[in-house]
Design a binder for this molecule. Sequence first.
Ligand SMILES: Cc1ncc(COP(=O)(O)OP(=O)(O)O)c(N)n1
Ligand SMILES: Cc1ncsc1CCOP(=O)(O)O
Ligand SMILES: [Mg+2]
Length: 212
Amino acid sequence: MYNKLQYISQGESVEEQLYNIHSALDNGCDWIQMRFKHQKPKKAFALAESVKFLCEEYLANFIINDDVHLAKQFNADGIHLGLSDMGVAEARAILGKTKIIGATANTFEDIVKQVNNGCDYIGLGPFKFTKTKSNLSPIIGLDGYRSIIDKMKDSGIEIPLYAIGGITLEDLENLVQTGIHGIAISGIITKSDQKSKLITELNEKLYGNVII
Ligand SMILES: Cc1ncc(COP(=O)(O)OP(=O)(O)O)c(N)n1
Ligand SMILES: Cc1ncsc1CCOP(=O)(O)O
Ligand SMILES: [Mg+2]
């Protein structure tokens, strides 16, 4: 089963991205989504090459945001695709069935569509407002998660669901109770000056008594 905590990288330069990713890995993150938007191909290539190496060293999952061809080129573990990115079926044809394809949803209907197209997990958000992403879809909130997850149960849809968007440690107890599989977070890990403590606490709340 997939790890429960995904760190979505941040940073304006290759160096800043690498610093943030390295310190997330060093402090206990075992899944990195490299998110480096609107960059020249050379820079994205250079970052992907280093992140691939680092994730191998730390035995962490390495997926790439948006760029399926970059993921293919570096034999990354997978890709995360939004509603306006390449479609899941097309990405599957390029990456093959062993790679992880994550897909964004904002509504129950999005989940049905992405699952029918063959994604491996859903990133459902935004949970709350966040400055990390512009042009946010409507905020879902705790009640929204509860009602979407109820609809999934009623329809027999079983797929790992990751909550995303403005999540803090204090949200986790309620979020975990909705039945999510895990979370994808960026800002609070990037900004934390006590990363080891934060990541340990996040993992404790996500895994409960499950031995990892
Ligand atoms: C785990 C996860 N869920 C959702 C997203 C958002 O993807 P997308 O809607 O394509 O937005 P960008 O991240 O590309 O700006 C995600 N990245 N990861
Ligand atoms: C990429 C993305 N998609 C929806 S919210 C979000 C950003 C999540 O980052 P943060 O944890 O800093 O809110
Ligand atoms: Mg995207």
